[in-house]
Design a protein around this ligand. Structure first.
Ligand code: AMP
Ligand code: ZN
Length: 471
């Protein structure tokens, strides 16, 4: 039974899709006006984990993540750099795909771009105008009338007082706070600040507001009602509130079944953000010698609905944790075999028990930290059992762990691929094998010590001895 916390009800709920085995999921993607910071990547990793848990359960998932390539910020920054909107945003769009690849964020089926869907946005705004919930203002733009929707404010739990105070005004910016609850822009009429960014449409010359972009793209790819909408906690208001309002007033159908929001990545106790200037990009992390998967592992140190503080010490701890995991897996790989005889009952039971524990953790509102802890425990148990396990047992145990890794996304099957054994250490290993064969136990012990001093453990299996880097 898979449970997920739904922001709309403020409760953990049993997940039940509209049309099983199909699941439709939309994650708000990046605004490509700069390199994303690692706080943004916490959001995308959280979405990816949710998607992977759905795939693990056998659902046929369509996961849409949009690219916001036209909004207030992209226009402002492309003009500041004197570049066309497209050539400006495509730099960051490409960098984003590269980062997704290195973070092993693989669950996304479609990446629709806002500028490719202007017609769909215009059509949706036309419906809202027809239904009388949108109106044209004196500035030439089209706005959404929040007073026409008694449900407005439901998702963000806005208080009615605030709503009444705001109902008289209009908000033309894409981003604003709860103190500014007002009618918001669906279509922005062209102004000189927009430069050459505009579309000639039935609504006049202009461009879409940010919120309508996600409504139009999500419904195009997932239908008028779909299962999951995900994003960072800051998106609850105004972005998701507005998306829900527009979509539900246009279709008169429930827009989304489960709203899923991740908490902040912090730096020194403050939200990591571009505007505070306290951010790091993935490139900064790589430059310090960490890998993208170390960062992914670091993200797993807190539940997605808890705030997580970023420090370089915590990054270092994550790197060590992942290295320990990789070396334990590498050892299992060395000790396993591809022979066709079947594993022992004991190994099968160990593997099954581990997967039960792992599933209990990740099916409980994506408790990935607990799932990872279960994996570390499982590996310790395997280590203790070593004298009683056969190569076939190791193969079976590895299979169970690889299954769990379809959720973790830590590329455990590649563990140890970068291990290099220096020649002099290999020579020591060979000398030790000979000493043991000649029953020269003291010499063999001395050689083991020398190998350990060189930074390696020796693992004796029935048919061979292996070298595993010490951490
Ligand atoms: P943006 O490009 O600003 O629209 O943000 C992209 C995604 O990253 C959104 O889902 C945000 O909610 C999320 N996000 C932004 N800053 C942080 C942060 N410090 N921690 C976690 N998620 C964040
Ligand atoms: Zn969005």
């Amino acid at each position: 039974m898979f449970q997920i916390y739904n922001t709309a009800t403020r409760k953990k709920e049993v997940f039940s899709p509209l049309q099983p085995p199909n699941v439709g999921m939309y994650s708000c993607g990046p605004t490509v006006y700069d390199f994303p910071h690692i706080g943004n990547y916490r959001a995308y990793i959280s979405s990816d984990v949710l998607a992977r848990v759905l795939l693990y359960q056998g659902y046929a998932l369509t996961h849409v993540m949009n690219i916001t390539d036209v909004d207030d910020k992209t226009i402002r920054n492309s003009r500041a750099r004197d570049m066309s909107l497209k050539s400006f945003t495509s730099v960051y769009e490409q960098a984003f795909y590269e980062d997704l690849h290195s973070l092993n964020i693989k669950s996304i089926t479609v990446h629709p771009k806002a500028t490719d869907h202007i017609n769909e946005m215009v059509a949706l705004i036309e419906v809202l105008l027809e239904k009388g919930v949108a109106y044209r203002a004196a500035d030439g733009g089209v706005y959404y009338a929040i007073e026409k929707n008694s449900q407005y404010g439901k998702l963000a739990c806005l208080d009615r007082e605030n709503l009444r105070a705001g109902a008289s005004g209009r908000m033309s910016l894409d981003e604003y706070s709860k103190d500014d609850v007002r009618d918001f822009a669906l279509w922005k009429a062209w102004t000189p600040d927009d430069g050459d960014v505009s579309w000639e449409t039935s609504l006049g010359k202009g461009r879409p507001g940010w919120h309508i972009e996600c409504s139009a793209m999500s419904m195009k790819y997932l239908g008028q009602s779909f299962d999951i909408h995900a994003g960072g906690i800051d998106l609850v208001f105004p972005h998701h509130e507005n998306e829900m309002a527009q979509s539900e007033m246009a279709t008169r159908k429930p827009f989304v079944g489960y709203w899923v929001h991740n908490e902040w990545l912090l730096v020194d106790g403050k939200k990591m953000s571009k505007s505070l200037g306290n951010f790091f990009t993935l490139r900064d992390v790589l430059q310090r010698g960490y890998s993208s998967l170390d960062f992914r592992y670091f993200v797993y140190s807190a539940h997605y609905r808890q705030q997580l503080n970023f420090t370089w010490d915590a990054m270092e701890a994550a790197r060590e944790g992942r290295e320990r995991l990789s070396m334990a897996l590498y050892r299992l790989k060395l000790l396993s075999t591809r022979s066709s005889s079947s594993p022992s009952h004991k190994a099968q039971k160990m593997s099954a028990l581990f997967l039960v524990e792992f599933e209990e953790a990740v099916f409980d509102d994506l408790n990935i930290s607990r799932g990872l802890a279960a994996l570390h425990e499982h590996l310790k148990k395997i280590h203790k059992e070593k004298v009683r396990l056969s190569p076939d047992d190791y193969t079976a145990l590895l299979e169970g762990i690889y299954k769990a890794d379809t959720v973790l996304g830590l590329q455990l099957a590649s563990a140890g691929e970068s291990v290099v054994i220096p020649q002099h250490v290999e020579a020591l290993r060979e000398a030790r094998v000979k000493a043991r064969a000649a029953k020269e136990w003291e010499a063999a012990d001395a050689l083991r010590k020398a190998i350990e001093e060189a930074g390696f453990d020796v693992e004796d299996a029935s048919d061979a001895s292996y070298l595993i880097p010490r951490i």
